[in-house]
Ligand binder design. Structure first.
Ligand SMILES: Nc1ncnc2c1ncn2[C@@H]1O[C@H](COP(=O)(O)OP(=O)(O)OP(=O)(O)O)[C@@H](O)[C@H]1O
Length: 313
């Protein structure tokens, strides 16, 4: 086991009949990292998370979790908690009752103060004595997270943890996850929300049809990636347009979508050409008031992946 790795996967393959859900996956996740799994529907995210949770075993390949090789038997690896496809909860029990049942299943005290502690952490104290049957999707997600926290996991595995959360709930849950990671817990989560992944994750793995197409720091996606569209707001849009059209490696994009504003210049470029454009604008006495990618590097990579898959069909 390499020092500092919570997950080390090499050549992981998993099939369901004729369907190859995972096709030779390599993955390294450092301890204390929040790592995002991103990919189109059917890419293999849930299957991979299931392997990490011990809900299924790989057909071939090597998987080490928290320093221990995962064997052939179906068993949750020590120190790992989380859920896929939504948390398993008892609808007829209260939130507190669900957690008490879990604690006593593990031989603990049903009145453990840790139950109140984790309910508080996920913001469910006020509804702790309400039955789960009446809970919204977001409340169930929070309770699932509370159940996982009860075990004080060293690796937390979450499938779409922001599902059903309103903006305040999402902010709260993001805060909980960020704190856990700061305290050393490794978190692997899947999400279709690129903004969530960008807010939370330091590294990301992009999956497509069971293969890893990118794995690494988010910043590397921007540097390595294809050209992106950038929005520029300047003090002199006409002059800025002229400078952009004269700069090598810059393409002025006219069709920037429904919200196009005449004062905004949209250019398509790699980072070095964009840098050159900014230098030229400033040298030409044109002030740059705003500069931002139209879609983030992660979203652009994701969209390119999806378009590629569609054209391969
Ligand atoms: N239990 C199963 N039986 C048969 N096929 C399965 C099973 N689980 C997953 N698959 C197939 O494996 C592939 C990967 O599915 P998986 O659920 O891991 O993708 P995903 O990336 O999580 O997708 P989504 O974003 O839609 O949740 C899909 O083709 C899916 O149909």
């Amino acid at each position: 086991m390499e020092a500092g790795l919570a997950i080390r996967a090499r050549g992981i393959t998993k099939c369901f009949g004729d369907v190859v859900a995972l096709d030779g996956i390599d993955l390294d996740v450092a301890q204390g990292q929040i790592h995002g799994l991103v990919g189109p529907n059917g890419a293999g995210k849930t299957t991979l998370l299931g392997l990490l949770l011990g809900l299924a075993v790989a057909d071939s390949g090597e998987l080490e979790i928290l320093g221990t090789p995962v064997g052939r038997a179906l068993a949750g690896p020590d120190g790992v908690a989380g859920f896929v496809d939504g948390p398993g909860l008892y609808p007829s029990l209260t939130a507190r009752g669900n957690l008490a049942a879990l604690v006593s299943l593990r031989g603990g005290d049903r009145r453990s103060p840790e139950i109140d502690d984790v309910l508080g952490q996920v913001g469910l104290t006020d509804v702790s004595d309400d039955r789960v049957r009446g809970f919204s999707l977001g409340m169930r997600q929070r309770l699932g997270l509370a159940a996982a926290l009860l075990t004080k996991p060293r690796l937390l595995v979450l499938d779409e943890p922001s599902n059903g959360l309103d903006p305040a709930g999402k902010k709260h849950v993001h805060g909980v996850l960020a704190r856990l990671a700061t305290d050393g817990t490794t978190i692997v989560l899947s999400s279709h929300r690129m903004d969530d992944v960008e807010t939370l994750c330091s590294e990301v793995t992009l999956l497509a049809t069971g293969r890893v197409v990118f794995s690494g720091p988010l910043g590397k996606l921007a540097a390595e990636n294809r050209e992106l569209d950038y929005r520029l707001l300047t003090s002199d849009p006409t002059a800025a347009h002229r400078v952009a059209a004269d700069t090598a490696g810059i393409r002025v994009v006219d069709d920037s979508g429904p919200r196009q504003d005449a004062d905004v210049l949209v250019v398509r470029a790699l980072v070095p050409a964009l840098d050159e454009l900014v230098v030229r604008l400033v040298r030409g006495g044109i002030a740059l008031r705003e500069l931002a990618p139209v879609v983030s590097p992660l979203e652009a990579a994701f969209l390119a992946l999806t378009e590629q898959q569609e054209s391969d069909r």
